[in-house]
Design a protein around this ligand. Structure first.
Ligand SMILES: Nc1ncnc2c1ncn2[C@@H]1O[C@H](COP(=O)(O)OP(=O)(O)OP(=O)(O)O)[C@@H](O)[C@H]1O
Ligand SMILES: [Mg+2]
Length: 445
């Protein structure tokens, strides 16, 4: 992409009503624009990051054997009456009446709809296990939407639902989701710690939330500092292996880590004092096992191998895709702007031409642009007729992790400059070597 042809409406002033860094930076970097309270348009740069996160979520879900589909945003109230949640859900549910006076709602989650689909088609244990998921917009009429996409009213969520014959099988699905979520967040360059939590309106006994530690987080968290040393890394997990998934689950949840809802002062105080941490976190996902809470009232049963009709055991699993962008920025920024981890950056590398219109500099930039795109990378070339300072400020604000700076002086010596956004360190290299360095950085991403 050439910046002169792009739509990147960056703001010079800091928006006054944005209280936290990620919200300010998303507005300033031209990623989002508020349409109404808690509802945003995703401008091209923000949309590109959102798409990238969706892609990672899809890849990791499918690696775990989960099947993508798409359910609608508008749902019939009738299904929610069957589960009893139409009345229970409260004011967060946006209720709509259509022209025929039918009660509809904008889905805050999809347990009912997916259970209805399941019961309509599946009748035998032989079709199990089954996990279906989608990435779809949700609406929750939050009383206090704030912090931009972090607590929106309309937000993008990946929600998945497992159907299993027994509790034991469903607990394997739970553990498998935990592993795949850890992998998803790590690929995004984020540490999200699974913490024992409260199940809220979804219901059920077993649930963990995934929290990204951040001062601006809305949840209060209590944990043993040693949990932050545990990483999944590049280990190869067989998602069908009950033992392997369980081992990861146990490893990540053995140490004390809880949100305030389930915090237990006595258990916390049993940790040695130097490892006790009280902090804040952003909830970026949650997994639930809730057994037959929906399958029983809604009649989602299968015939087991003894010929008996039994309700299926279920769980649901959510990732806050749009909220993750806020969490990523909270964890990765400085005074000048965003610093995207390589795994989620909207463009792999920026190219800054210090002297637009200079034949040699223009040709060198065009050459770099072509070499990078030929390598399957996505560069953003600032080809505007602007001062160098303004170009650097834009690149720093939008946070591309790598920048190649091209100017007539360097070109005389056959070099361009490669700069890391994170460290600020620069190196002078030939254009060819700069390209191969960028290729190398992204080869496993
Ligand atoms: N209002 C919101 N805006 C953006 N993302 C949200 C919002 N509510 C929930 N999410 C995201 O969707 C994920 C799954 O939804 P879940 O039902 O667990 O939310 P929740 O526990 O009600 O969230 P919260 O406690 O933050 O209100 C959450 O972990 C979170 O990342
Ligand atoms: Mg939750």
């Amino acid at each position: 992409m050439r910046l002169s042809r792009y739509f990147l409406p960056v703001l010079k002033e800091t928006p006054a009503d944005a209280q936290i860094a990620s919200h300010r930076l998303m507005l300033r970097a031209g990623m989002i624009r508020q349409a109404s309270a808690g509802i945003y348009s995703w401008l091209p740069l923000g949309y590109k990051v959102l798409r990238r996160l969706e892609q990672i979520v899809h890849e990791e879900q499918q690696r775990a054997g989960h099947i993508p589909m798409l359910m609608p945003t508008l749902q019939s109230a009738d299904l929610w009456r069957e589960s009893g949640r139409y009345d229970d859900y409260g004011e967060e549910m946006l209720r709509i009446t259509d022209r025929h006076n039918r009660d509809m709602l904008y889905g805050p989650t999809n347990e009912e709809l997916i259970t209805d689909i399941f019961r309509s088609y599946v009748s035998s244990y032989k079709s199990l296990p089954l996990t279906l998921y989608h990435i779809q917009w949700k609406f929750r009429d939050e009383i206090r939407p704030r912090f931009g996409v972090m607590r929106g009213r309309e937000f993008l969520m990946k929600d998945g639902y497992n159907f299993d014959l027994t509790k034991e099988d469903a607990l394997h699905a739970y553990n498998r989701h935990l592993v795949s979520y850890l992998r998803t967040y790590e690929r995004m360059g984020l540490q999200a710690i699974p913490m024992r939590a409260d199940s809220g309106p979804i219901g059920g006994d077993d649930t963990h939330e995934f929290l990204v530690l951040a001062e601006t987080g809305e949840s209060e968290v209590f944990y043993d500092s040693a949990v932050t040393d545990i990483k999944l890394g590049s280990r190869d997990i067989d998602y069908d292996s009950v033992d392997q998934c369980k081992a990861v689950m146990e490893e990540f949840t053995a140490l004390y880590a809880r949100t305030d809802e389930t915090h237990d002062e006595a258990a916390f105080n049993a940790i040695s004092e130097d490892r006790r941490r009280v902090a804040r976190g952003i909830e970026v996902g949650q997994i639930f096992y809730f057994g037959t809470k929906y399958s029983e009232p809604m009649g989602a049963t299968v015939v087991n191998d003894k010929g008996e009709q039994v309700p299926v055991h279920m769980g649901s699993h959510g990732i806050g895709v749009s909220r993750l962008i806020g969490a990523l920025i909270e964890a990765n920024h400085d005074d000048n702007g965003i610093i995207w981890p390589e795994g989620v950056t909207p463009y792999h590398c920026g190219i800054v031409n210090l002297k637009q219109g200079d034949a040699e500099a223009d040709a060198a930039c065009d050459g770099l642009y072509k070499a990078l795109t030929d390598a399957g990378l996505d560069p953003l070339y600032d080809d505007r007729d602007e001062r160098a300072g303004a170009k650097f400020a834009t690149m720093d604000l939008i946070g591309l992790p790598w920048r190649i700076t091209v100017g007539p002086r360097g070109l005389k010596n056959g070099v361009v400059e490669l700069t890391s956004r994170r460290t600020g360190e620069s190196e002078e290299l030939s254009p060819e070597i700069a390209v191969s360095r960028i290729k190398d950085i992204y080869k496993d991403i």
